[in-house]
Design a protein around this ligand. Structure first.
Ligand code: AKG
Ligand code: FE2
Length: 280
């Protein structure tokens, strides 16, 4: 125990730990690669104001100013196309993804494109490989990335993300990838100052034997009884991290102060394949 920690602050630290950070994450040996200040933090607040003005997300601050209380009680709002939530209807999913591509063509006008920030960073880590938005054999693309706006109380209980292992999908091209990662870029913390609610990664790759503990909500007991190591990922606005989503991971309840907002992608990766697929 002890050295199961993410690398930070940048690419040099990742490649100083291992000459193949993606492979080390595939194996679960490296929990995460953290890239501090990957995106210019000063561009996040004005972009988020634009999203609110466009009606893409709810203005949690309005409550504090005594404005009309929203009837929208969702604790998570997506700007983008989630395969996990929409993949049940493939045609609709792909149409929705096309609309997201259209939206993202102008959504960031005047600012740096944060989706490019994630793809470029992933390309630097995936040495010798091509990084592109996931597509079906006929060329239809998945969503490129997704903003997830998490309001007070939103919690990700211990879980994994895997198209095949968790969602059981075999009718999408991304199912061929053995390894799935996430990339998460912090746009707004729930704490106004410093780091906010932090994700925890457990030193435990999912297996069918673990599943009963996930399903029953008893993973914390299992982890304690088996001395499962873990690490926390503290993010400030502009920080980006990548991790293997087959690691059991969780994010505790978001604070009341303000929404926790991230730009996230999922990544299909195989050491033996030249193409890295990215979707949301
Ligand atoms: O928001 C985060 O930091 C992680 C969320 C998560 O569970 C994921 O992206 O797979
Ligand atoms: Fe997750």
């Amino acid at each position: 125990m002890g050295d199961w920690t993410p690398t930070e602050p940048g690419f040099d630290a990742a490649f100083a730990r291992t000459d193949d950070p993606m492979l080390a994450m595939c194996k679960g040996e490296l929990p995460a690669v953290v890239l501090r200040g990957a995106y210019d933090a000063t561009q996040c607040p004005p972009l988020l104001r634009r999203f609110t003005d466009m009606g893409l997300m709810r203005d949690a601050e309005g409550l504090l100013r005594g404005e009309q209380v929203s009837k929208d009680a969702r604790t998570r709002i997506d700007i983008g196309t989630s395969l996990g939530n929409r993949g049940g209807d493939k045609e609709r999913f792909l149409q929705h993804a096309e609309a997201t591509h259209h939206l993202f063509r102008f959504l960031f006008d005047g600012y740096d494109n944060p989706v490019d920030t994630i793809y470029d960073a992933l390309a630097r880590l995936s040495v010798g490989k091509t990084v592109k938005t996931a597509e079906e054999p006929d060329g239809r693309r998945y969503g490129p990335a997704i903003f997830r706006v998490h309001y007070e109380g939103h919690t990700y209980k211990p879980h994994i993300d895997h198209v095949q292992l968790r969602e059981g999908r075999v009718d999408y091209a991304v199912h061929r990838y053995q390894h799935q990662f996430a990339g998460v870029l912090c746009f707004q913390n729930d704490a106004r100052v410093g780091t906010g609610t932090e994700a925890t990664l457990h030193d435990c790759l999912w297996t069918p034997e673990i599943q009963p503990h996930i399903a029953a909500g008893t993973f914390p007991d299992y982890a304690a009884a088996n001395d499962v190591d873990n690490c926390r990922v503290a993010l400030e606005v502009g920080d980006l991290y990548f991790f293997n989503t087959r690691l059991i991971h969780e994010v505790p309840a978001v604070k009341q102060e303000q929404a926790r907002i991230v730009l996230a992608v999922f990544i299909g990766y195989d050491p033996d394949m030249d193409e890295v697929f990215v979707w949301s």
